[in-house]
Design a protein around this ligand. Structure first.
Ligand code: ACO
Length: 429
């Protein structure tokens, strides 16, 4: 464009400023020159919850929330979900290009060599109550990995970063599976590098007394698709936590623990667990209208609906809905699906939801599949965290290699007292 600039007139001073626009954004630091006098600090932009602030330039994931588009490195999520295995997509997200057969083989071999976790992790897990929340355990055990890999502190070394990323992606299913087994009083099942990433995870979770665990290919494929759909989602709350903590040059294990904590929240990844609890509470289709009334009267949220970015159907929810049918052929239909479908139908025809552009998000249907696969709701968010580790690591790596990034340190608009002198205790009213 010929004149990619913004002209601002400060009505306090009548001064005019011209600020460059690049890629549809102005730099907030360009506002600092706008002052009422030389002593003035300069204009700040105020943006609670980052509603309209880009914190980085990124080439990993693209979302067009109005049109319901999600792409990793330019490839539409629908095509990746249909054609790829999870580790193929992980490679793409981390490296920017789809792997050749040889590159994928090497990448898988690197991951498989790192599936095991230090033996002491088992004892850390055994320190938790059997009914501890798996997300809190995951955050704790990820942070604990930091103590076993002090070399991870060399975060300015790209080769070292890559080594830790492989470890994190490889070990996160093992951490999750070990706690799953411990919480059920079952012996641990060691990782099996002969299996796929998801097949190995299934075996670590579900192997019984049979000598040779057989991975059900339909379930394996469904989990692979779910993992692909959850692998990255640009600057969401947990990716932002990963970047923000990483910006202090903390090692990636503690950064991943922070990202896991962010994902745990019910407004973020924790919503998949809450959706199932909500469907349980609704109980049957006849109770939906009164539930919807409560939502409209702001007594509760419709969990699994709404998104900061998507103001259209979340493309991941659409793919999950299609995957559900294939899973139900193996597992039997989850009766909660009828409640979810009717809830969606009523919500999408109601003015409250239409006017606010509230559509089902990724969490609305994922829990129904997870439950059909035999998972309890407490572990749903862990099933989100495992594939999202790839996205967190890619976001962290991109940030560490970005010369423009520095320690993340927002400004504030101070609204408290001005200077006042100390009041001794006996004079306080
Ligand atoms: N149920 C009912 N009303 C809702 C919902 C919902 N799930 N979500 C948003 N609204 C309403 C808000 O009350 C608000 O109404 P108002 O303008 O009359 O005050 C309007 O829609 C806009 O909502 P905001 O809260 O401003 O939207 P925001 O972008 O801040 O929040 C969020 C997005 C957190 C996802 C929200 O939609 C929500 O809480 N949803 C339920 C939890 C959920 O499913 N989270 C998972 C998100 S996907 C993910 O993180 C993986």
């Amino acid at each position: 464009m010929a004149n990619d600039t913004l002209t601002i007139t400060d009505n306090r001073t009548n001064a005019t400023y011209t600020i460059p626009i690049k890629d549809g954004a102005i730099r907030a630091m360009d506002l600092r020159q706008i002052k009422t006098d030389p002593e003035d600090f300069g204009l700040l932009s105020y943006d609670p919850a980052f509603m309209n602030t880009a914190s980085c330039r990124s080439s990993i994931t693209f979302i067009d929330g109005d049109r319901g588009i999600l792409r990793y490195r330019g490839y539409p999520i629908e095509q990746l979900a249909e054609n790829c295995r999870f580790l193929e997509v992980a490679y793409l997200i981390l490296n920017g290009e789809l792997p050749t057969a040889r590159q994928l083989e090497e990448f898988e071999a690197q991951i498989k060599a790192e599936l095991a976790v230090p033996e002491n992790i088992k004892r850390i897990i055994e320190g938790f109550h059997h009914d501890a929340h798996p997300m809190a355990v995951l955050a704790s055990t990820l942070a604990a990995l930091s103590t076993f890999y002090p070399d991870a502190k060399k975060v300015r070394d790209p080769a070292n970063r890559r080594k830790q990323i492989i470890r994190l992606i490889a070990k996160v299913p093992t951490l999750a599976a070990y706690f799953y087994r411990y919480s059920r009083g079952l012996p641990y099942v060691d990782p099996d590098p002969r299996l796929s990433y998801t097949g190995n995870f299934m075996k670590m979770l579900w192997k019984g007394l049979e000598p040779d665990y057989q991975v059900n290919p339909v379930v394996e494929r469904a989990l692979d698709i779910l993992f692909i759909l959850h692998a990255d989602h640009e600057q969401n709350c947990s990716a932002n936590a990963m970047r923000s903590v990483g910006s202090s040059e903390a090692d990636p294990y503690v950064c991943a623990a922070a990202a896991t904590a962010a994902l745990f929240g019910p407004l973020h990844g924790g919503a998949n667990e809450q959706v199932l609890r909500m469907l349980d509470e609704i109980g049957s289709v006849e109770n939906i209208p009164s539930y919807i009334e409560d939502v409209k009267n702001r007594k509760r949220l419709l969990m699994g609906f709404g998104h900061r970015i998507y103001k259209n159907y979340d493309p991941r929810a659409r793919i999950i809905k299609q995957t559900a049918d294939k899973v139900f052929e193996v597992t039997g239909r989850n009766p909660k699906l009828d409640i979810a479908l009717e809830l969606e139908r009523i919500a999408l025809s109601d003015e409250y939801f239409i006017s606010r552009k509230l559509y089902p998000n990724v969490d609305f249907y994922s829990g129904i599949i997870y439950q059909a696969l035999g998972f309890q709701p407490e572990i749903f968010t862990v099933l989100f965290a495992i594939p999202r580790m790839t996205g967190w690591c890619a976001q962290w790596d991109e940030m560490m290699g970005d010369p423009e990034q520095k320690i993340a340190r927002p400004r504030q608009v101070y609204i408290g007292y001005g200077h006042r002198d100390f009041v001794p205790m006996d004079q306080r009213g």
